[in-house]
Design a protein around this ligand. Sequence first.
Ligand code: DOR
Ligand code: ZN
Length: 439
Amino acid sequence: MIESTLFKDIEIVTPNGIHQGDLLIKEGKIAAIEPVINETAEEVIQETGLTILPGVIDPHVHFRDPGATHKEDLESGSKAAASGGVTSFFDMPNTNPATISVEAMQAKKDYASTTSLVNYNFFIGATADNLRELQDVENVPGIKIYVGSSTGSLLVDQDEILDQIFRDTSKLIAVHSEDEAMIQEKMKEFEETTNVLDHEKIRSAEGALKCTQFLCELALKHKHRLHICHLTTKQEVEYLKSLGKQPFISTEVTPQHLLTYSPDIFERWGTKAQINPPIRSRDHQEALFKGLKEGVIACIGSDHAPHLASEKAKPFGQAPSGMPGVETSLPVFLNLVDQGYFSLQDCVRLMSFMPAQLFKVKNKGQLTVGYDADCVVIDRKGKHQIDQSSLVTKAKWSVFEGLTLTGKPIATFVNGQCVYREGSFFTDVKGTEIRIETY
Ligand code: DOR
Ligand code: ZN
């Protein structure tokens, strides 16, 4: 274990601006940020042209462990995270078995403590009859409800049960928001289809909006914290904007919904681009982009949902939904920064600061003295191509493959320890459970 690390003459992105200077890590915390620090440290890092940011907090990944570890496991998923500058993740409960009890939650946390290279925590999944578990489980980012069905069997689509969960729990509720009855109805209509372009008709924009409105009404009625995962429609952006600033409801967008659109993405990638909720037409994509710029959408989540290329090669109807993304999220966003669409501080706000705020994460999400030393060193001008050989996820493919991006994660530090540097992993280091403040 390295006790102290000093970054000399580095560009530092802090909450009160970007400064050139020195940053000292001691015993897992940020100990000082000054124009010049004269202390010595066990390790000194001094290279020109580097920038240090708080590590990314990805609030939405599916690491498939337990149950589908051929697609990903906590070790491979957390390595992929580390290589992409992600120092903390929240994993979703649709594993096999699903994380729907206090016991299953503890088993995941115990296992992660010996396996994950980066910091971790897990959503607990809601079912029609596990209210007690949702109430009793401690220190979790929230309760995940699949109000529309997706990969796995988790689903709660009865209005009374949803009302009861909002009424009788106090943790943040994160939702997969698509109207299940509308999906089922459309599935009958498109039963025979093998055309992947029908995916967005089966899972319609109207269905997403209807479900989101219903859930927002519940959140406002019960004054309950609600986070809408992976927003996909212009109608939802408009609706959320119409609610104005309020403390209860937040939303996220994935890089793939933010930057790609139908039919182009399906022409290029076929069922690899099939995800739930779907990638939709360009007008939706543009509205999401604008919504993110204007602050209607508060953060980025990758919805890293790895499936093997062989599984995705099946025809539409048999291919699973979901795509990997935990390691490409930051590089793709840094490229947007390089192109001038967002500032570096926007990047930090949307990928580190806001996830910490929204999920009440203690001591993370910003480079501030006293905070946990979770950081990523980047080369803002470093050009690199996303290709299969450099991807770390077991899925080994990405819809961003072939893109040459500017802005590259070089090294990742978790609680002050280097877990990744230029293609190498330091697996003797393990992340810790992310502490969440209670509501
Ligand atoms: O496309 C998706 N894939 N959407 C989800 O909601 C689940 C995810 C998965 O776990 O594969
Ligand atoms: Zn997901």
